[in-house]
Structure formats: structure tokens, C-alpha cells
Design a protein. Structure first.
Length: 133
């Protein structure tokens, strides 16, 4: 997931952003849905195998995919909350790394999901400038 999030450090030009002619909410939702599918395809088999063979850690195994989904959603929303065409977002890497590390601690598991929701609304507001909602 952290490697996948590195794809969200560079902003595309505005004409690529507008290519689908979507609203900001629809654009973000579609982007998140596609990446959730990638995560599910990537992690389903290892999680199933781990759940079968290492049943002592079944709860941790079952929480792994939701945490990864929240992290990738947060990475997408973080990118578009500070979107400026044709720029790099190296500062976002620090914020994402902190949230990713917090997600490894059991007490902080929901942090990624909470930040994903908060940043979704920030991203939607920021994208409205470029998508002319």
C-alpha cells in the first residue's frame, strides 16, 4: 500500500483531470473505488492463506485489509486536497507516512479512516476549482 501511494505524489495536468467530465465527488469516488479493487485483488489471496494457516492472529489478519483500504483512500484524498496541476507533493509523503505508522498500532487503527473522510471533503472542495462544479 505504501508503494502504491507513491503514485499519488505527482499531480496530473488539469486536462487529464477533466477528461471524464465528472463532478469532484464522482471523480474522487471513482478513483477510490478503482484503487480499492486493486488492493482487494492484491491482498485477498495472501490474507486468506494467512487466515487459514495462522489462526492465532485471525483478528489482525481480518483487520489488515480494511486498514489498507483506509490508507489508500487517505492517500488519494490527501493528494487531491492539495492538488495543483503539474506539481509534486513531496510534503504529503510525510503526512501519509505518519498515518501509515499510526495504523500499525492497534489503538490507532481507525485514524486512517477518519483522516480519509476528513480529507475527502477537503479534496472535493479543492477539486471543484478545477472541475468547475
Amino acid at each position: 500500500t505504501i508503494m502504491m501511494s507513491s503514485f499519488f505524489l505527482e499531480n496530473e495536468p488539469v486536462h487529464i483531470l477533466r477528461a471524464g467530465n465528472k463532478t469532484a465527488r464522482k471523480f474522487l469516488s471513482d478513483k477510490i473505488k478503482i484503487n480499492i479493487q486493486y488492493i482487494l485483488i492484491l491482498y485477498s489471496l495472501p490474507v486468506i492463506i494467512n487466515a487459514i494457516f495462522v489462526q492465532e492472529f485471525l483478528l489482525i489478519t481480518l483487520l489488515f485489509i480494511p486498514v489498507q483500504l483506509a490508507l489508500v483512500s487517505f492517500a488519494i484524498c490527501l493528494k487531491y486536497s492539495s492538488y495543483k496541476p503539474n506539481t509534486n507533493l513531496l510534503g504529503n509523503n510525510i503526512a501519509f507516512s505518519i498515518i501509515a505508522m499510526l495504523s500499525a498500532v492497534p489503538y490507532f487503527l481507525p485514524v486512517a479512516a477518519i483522516f480519509a473522510i476528513v480529507y475527502f471533503f477537503r479534496a472535493e472542495k479543492n477539486l471543484k476549482k478545477y472541475l468547475h462544479d
